[in-house]
Design a protein. Structure first.
Length: 69
C-alpha cells in the first residue's frame, strides 16, 4: 500500500548507515526522498552542501546547521 507521502527526509548525522545507502566514505548525510510516480527519488547532501527541498521552496539549511554540537 502506497501512502503517497510526497517527501520525507533521512538524517544520518553520525554516518552509521550502510554504504549502499550513504556511500563511501561513510560520513554524515542528509537524504531528501521525493515521490516521483510510484517510487522515491533520493538526493543526498553532505557537509558544506546546501539542502534543497522541492516541497519547501524557501527552505534554507545545511547539514552542519543540524549536527549535534
Amino acid at each position: 500500500m502506497l501512502l503517497r507521502i510526497s517527501e520525507y527526509w533521512i538524517v544520518d548525522y553520525r554516518g552509521l548507515g550502510g554504504v549502499a545507502f550513504i556511500g563511501k566514505p561513510k560520513q554524515p548525510t542528509f537524504t531528501v526522498c521525493q515521490l516521483m510516480g510510484e517510487e522515491y527519488q533520493q538526493t543526498q547532501y553532505r557537509l558544506g552542501q546546501p539542502i534543497h527541498s522541492p516541497l519547501l521552496a524557501n527552505f534554507q539549511l545545511g547539514l552542519e546547521d543540524i549536527l549535534p554540537r
